[in-house]
Design a protein around this ligand. Structure first.
Ligand SMILES: Cc1cc2nc3c(=O)[nH]c(=O)nc-3n(C[C@H](O)[C@H](O)[C@H](O)COP(=O)(O)OP(=O)(O)OC[C@H]3O[C@@H](n4cnc5c(N)ncnc54)[C@H](O)[C@@H]3O)c2cc1C
Length: 125
């Protein structure tokens, strides 16, 4: 293929697709997989759906949330209460793990806090 474009986008994950959506010129997206989405893909196996990674939206501002909601047909949006847990050492901890470490055994909780406190220090070693 012989083609000139202003933007060559490597990867059709959410970043590549978003960039393409706002690009002020022509573009070509190259994707190594057979489908777009990157880590935002979902596969279905038997009766279950599995998210590769992303499964809920982080809206950093109300403005962005509104922008998203305005661009989607309200009938296509399904609201679900989320009840996700992680089995850790035989106990259930609410997801996401990192914001629920207070549910761990006291000693383990303190270890996590200690590691978090010294995180930057360790990163520099
Ligand atoms: C376990 C987990 C859970 C997460 N949960 C959430 C969540 O709940 N909510 C949320 O907002 N975010 C979540 N994230 C983060 C979110 O999934 C990522 O930030 C986002 O998907 C990254 O998108 P991206 O387009 O930058 O990269 P990717 O999704 O990795 O896309 C990159 C694309 O480039 C393609 N590619 C790579 N190399 C090449 C190449 N050489 N040539 C051609 N194509 C190439 C890949 O196939 C892929 O399609 C989670 C991440 C993980 C790992």
């Amino acid at each position: 293929m012989d083609r000139n474009v202003k933007y060559l986008i490597i990867g059709a994950g959410i970043s590549g697709l978003t960039f393409a959506n706002y690009a002020d010129g022509d573009y070509l997206i190259i994707e190594k997989e057979k489908e777009v989405g990157g880590y935002c893909r979902t596969i279905k196996k038997k009766d279950y759906v599995w998210d590769y990674a992303g499964h809920f939206f982080h809206f950093s501002t109300d403005e962005f949330k509104k922008k998203f909601l305005d661009s989607v047909n309200p009938e296509d949006i399904k609201y679900k209460d989320k009840n996700t847990k992680i089995i850790y050492k035989g106990e259930l901890v609410d997801y996401p793990f990192q914001t629920n470490i207070h549910q761990l055994e006291k000693e383990e909780f303190i270890d996590c806090l200690y590691d978090l406190f010294h995180k930057e220090e360790k990163g520099r070693l």
